[in-house]
Design a protein. Structure first.
Length: 142
């Protein structure tokens, strides 16, 4: 492929080389580039770059080629947190309640910003979360 050859040559000038197993050419599909190609995403330093829905500057919903946390990074974070809970919760688990309270606070702040039904009210956001927790007890691990 001509593009790979040019990339290989440019990297060689910088005393770098391409890894055949890791290097791939990706089509950056978005609202203006709509063709179908087999490779439209890639992972790099903990992010997955791929087409995602977002709002344009004009406020319209469109597709852009954007990064977000990769699935592997999310899994690593979950496993790390699980390890912390397992380690610090081994003795006197209720001492970790302050962390659960902190997580609830940030969830409530997010809900208050995200959903109009709670009108930016932290108290209403907390109550909304409590109703969800009562209805689905296994939903929130903390």
């Amino acid at each position: 492929m001509m593009l790979r050859g040019r990339l290989r040559k440019r990297l060689a000038e910088c005393k770098l080389e391409m890894s055949p197993g890791k290097t791939k050419v990706v089509y950056c599909k978005d609202r203006e580039r709509t063709e179908a190609y087999p490779e439209i995403s890639f992972d790099f330093v903990g992010y997955t770059f791929r087409p995602r829905k977002s709002f344009s500057k004009e406020g319209e919903l469109s597709v852009n080629f954007l990064p977000a946390m990769s699935g592997r990074a999310a899994k690593a974070i979950r496993q790390t947190v699980r390890g912390w809970v397992k380690y610090y919760g081994r003795f006197y688990r209720s001492a970790m309640n302050c962390i659960a309270t902190h997580v609830d606070l940030h969830l409530a702040k997010w809900v208050a910003r995200k959903y109009k039904r709670v009108h930016g009210s932290l108290a209403q956001a907390y109550e909304w979360l409590r109703r969800i927790q009562r209805a689905r007890p296994g939903l929130f691990a903390h």
